[in-house]
Design a protein around this ligand. Sequence first.
Ligand code: C2E
Ligand code: CA
Ligand code: CA
Length: 651
Amino acid sequence: MEILTNPQNHSIVFSIASLLLICVTFIIHISEENYYNKQRSVFGGIIGVAFMINIMGLLHNIFLSVGPVERFIGYDENKYIVIAEKIFTYILPYFSIKYVMSIFKIEPSKSFRKILLLLPMLYSVFFFITGVFYDYFFYFSPEGELEYNYYQGATVNFPVILYFIFAFYLLVRYSRTLSSEKAIAIWIYFFLMLAGIPIRILTKSSSIFEFSVSIVLLICVYTFQNPSEYMDRDSGAGTRNALSFAISTNLIQKKEFTLLGIHIDRYSSLLGEPGMETGSDLLVQISQYLQQFCQAGNLFFLETGDYIMLFPNVAPDETIIQKTEEQIRKRFRDNWNVKGKNLRLFETPFALGFPEEIDSLERFAEVKGVLDKTLLKQSREIIRVSDLNMKIVEHDKKIDNIVKHALEDGLLEVFYQPIYEPKTGRFTSCEALLRLKDPQLGFISPAIFMPIAERNGTILDIDRFVLSSVCEMLSTTPARDLGLEYAEVNLSVVDCIQANLSDNVQATMKKYQINPSELNFEITETYEQGITAVMNENIEKLSDIGITFSMDDFGTGYSNLARIATLPVKFFKLDKSIIQAAFDSEISYMVMLNLIKIIKSLKKEIVAEGVETGEQARQIIKLGCDHIQGFFYARPLPKDKFIEFLRDHNG
Ligand code: C2E
Ligand code: CA
Ligand code: CA
């Protein structure tokens, strides 16, 4: 006890604190089960070495503080303790390099490279141990300190410096593939290890160094060794982050590789049925099956299972990839048994070649975007990048640029499509539809540019533009006097999740003195699937002030009717695809009929969209639809034409 309370002995306290930290790190390290890889085992090695350094440091500090306590630690024992401590210190840089390499998945594949890596450490250790017998570059002072012959000492430390240079090179080259917090952690690791040399020389003690090693390991265990952001806990498969990381490190190393992918069609809608729990069960099964085709850590799930990707355990060899693919496909022809239920999954395989087809993460994102679109059409054949219509990418990029500048450049204009009300025989409402006209590309459909605007973030400004245009139209034209009761405005999901949506809407309404009853917002079924608290709140707030809502594109999604029915929505818009199909086949007609029945039983008003012929209009009116929109009555019209239209038909 006296040893600990004596202020002279702070280095002992230091050593103990440092040891405790190592123990904490060790406990955290082993508590991560269900996952094994190289990086983890190397990290285990580092902890072991750091632990030994600390133990030796502690014993040495005890020797120094208490003086040569002959029976406890004698002069000779201490000599070996110090030597052991030094040797472990030389082993540490070697493990550090291995660790950095495993983080970046660099394999010194050839055995001569492995030896090259080992050599500096072996040199130091060997040189140091031989010194025990010859005393030629160090000796022990009576205090038990190691005294160096500096020229010789430098020789021993030379390999350590080599490791540092190598580590520096690796970090400069690869750390940009890391997230910022990880990059900071690894650089701190590097500099604290590096600082070890001057600190030891200046303080003539290793305690501070040992303490920094412990802290650095604790930082690492929380950043690099914290697998949750890189790994799905249940299945052990990598996440999107892990895949991006793996791709970028492989690309930097100029490796040639193929990424094998499986898209499980309609996976998320499938999950809706047996419940989420079953979902992870299923993923565990699938990953267990697929694990045989790749090395540990080379299997990834994206979008919670819609996409499964793996780096097959082979060089990019065409025939082997084909074979792997066939095997996987064969398995998918059978059912998967989840909690007693038999599920049949429909998969679409694809193979992406790096780097000849895809040479950057950006390009990967582009290809994946096109894949998403292609997969909608479903293919039974293995898809290659060459099959994808990369023209879509080029086109998307161009439009992305146009959309970004459309507002400033004045390329946007709101059109209005009149909506007919059979009950009064007048056009009592309209839908605001956006038009983009590019001087070169001409007219671009909102169906194309709106999704792009949602992705590049311009959607909020665009929707605000639409809303103020609509309000301006209502307040500056005679539309109201001509019988227009309200205008329908499309609201994107991105709007719905903005906390200040209702404030913005109210501010615009106030500016143009618009009544809430003159506005109606259209939301879609996709909205219903990803509903969040903010969305609910927005709808409630806007409903409370008297704005009504429509459920747009009704009948096209896979939504839960019971849930939709609880939304405060006044209108259901039957999608044009439903209406048009209804006049092509009898079954589709029945579908439409029943959808109409459902909407009526929910006591909602029906808006039929896409009515193109007089015959369709007659039928639809007979079935009791409350509002009708379609080319039969009018196309979307520019503001002036729209007012003219109202004057001609409502006046
Ligand atoms: P939507 O909300 O379903 O809009 C109705 C679409 O049906 C419009 O296409 C309209 O021109 C078209 N349509 C109307 N009557 C007929 C018909 O009789 N036959 C056929 N074949 N089509 C008809 P548009 O204008 O190309 O808009 C496409 C989509 O773009 C809209 O689908 C909507 O989702 C989105 N969109 C358009 N304007 C805006 C906007 O201001 N904001 C937002 N967030 N989305 C918009
Ligand atoms: Ca709409
Ligand atoms: Ca629609």
